[in-house]
Design a protein around this ligand. Structure first.
Ligand SMILES: [Zn+2]
Length: 328
């Protein structure tokens, strides 16, 4: 999610924020938009940021950063002009015919058999097929705010169940990304008593497990950030390069890898793999093995790194990762 999107709901006229402070601060959209614009984070201004800026009736003139990000802000035009979408689809059809003749027809006839399932963020900058230069039919995806997996969430559970048991994916990847708005907002304390709009409540409830990670993590960067907030209340979103912000992105991924691994679907699957030991050929066993991975995507340079928290069926060796490890 874009950073500002979770602070300034597109449905809200006011946002109540109590970041590390004892008293609440009521910020109008203009105020929060200004906060976002004042920060280096604005280099990541996205569609939602642009929309918020447009919605604000007294928005200041475009900043240098906004001018520099002309290409990013052009998303506003792209999203508001359906003709652009239509043209984009025509281009896609032409390109597929040229680069992958017959692929779409083949997938339509034979159905999908993707080897990967990806749990990633809904953020418009995180486009999994583009990130991995993957063709259609490669990835079964479950995107949501801040790449969470929640077994109690029917959608999350159904997607994982279908991916593992029906599609028989080989790898389930939880992929977070630096600069995640859902994670950033989890670092700001919110007085839920003053959050009354349905849209705000929905978002805040969804990211509450990430806030819990922030509040309880023993990771050095996060602990230091919490301590600093106690001494000097902050009212701004964390900077993209804030070590605590990056650490929380990573810890959120790790937490969700663990949740996937502990889900009933995976536990049941691993149990079935264990019970089939010796009864199937190595090739057959390899086909039903599922590995779970935790990766993080860098929105600044497009690179993906491995957090080194992969999980596989008990007794099975993890496949080597070609991705560089995050220093964490
Ligand atoms: Zn995100």
């Amino acid at each position: 999610m874009p950073l500002s999107a979770l602070v300034v709901s597109k449905f809200s006229t006011t946002t109540i924020v109590r970041p590390c402070a004892s008293s609440s601060t009521v910020l109008c959209n203009h105020r929060v938009s200004s906060l976002v614009q004042q920060r280096s984070i604005r280099s990541l201004a996205t569609l939602r940021d642009c929309r918020n800026a447009v919605r604000c009736t007294s928005v200041p003139p475009p900043s240098q950063m906004q001018k520099r990000n002309k290409m990013i802000c052009s998303h506003k035009t792209f999203a508001s002009d359906l003709n652009e979408l239509f043209k984009g689809n025509q281009d896609y059809v032409s390109n597929m015919k040229r680069d992958n003749p017959g692929l779409l027809e083949q997938l339509a006839i034979e159905g999908q058999k993707p080897p990967f399932m990806v749990v990633d963020c809904s953020d418009s900058r995180v486009s999994e097929q583009d990130i991995f230069s993957a063709q259609p039919g490669t990835m079964f995806t479950a995107g949501n705010i801040a790449n969470r997996f929640d077994e109690a969430d029917l959608n999350s559970n159904a997607v994982l169940s279908f991916a593992v048991e029906t599609l028989k994916v080989k790898h389930v990847v939880v992929m977070g990304h630096y600069g995640c708005g859902g994670v950033a907002s989890s670092m700001l304390l919110v007085n839920m008593d003053q959050v009354t709009r349905p849209a705000d409540i929905a978002v805040q409830k969804w990211i509450s497990p990430i806030r819990e990670i922030y509040e309880t993590s023993e990771r050095k960067e996060i602990v230091e950030h919490r301590e600093r907030c106690k001494e000097n209340p902050i009212t701004e979103l964390p900077d993209l390069h804030d070590p605590a912000f990056r650490a929380l992105v990573e810890e959120n991924v790790k937490s969700n890898v663990e949740k996937v691994a502990k889900s009933a679907v995976i536990r049941d699957h691993y149990a079935s793999v264990a019970s089939s030991n010796g009864a199937k050929s190595p090739e057959e066993e390899a086909q039903i093995e599922v590995f779970i991975h935790g990766w993080v995507y860098d929105v600044e340079n497009g690179k993906v790194s491995d957090l080194g928290v992969s999980v596989g069926p008990p007794g099975k060796r993890l496949p080597p990762s070609p991705f560089p490890m995050v220093d964490a």
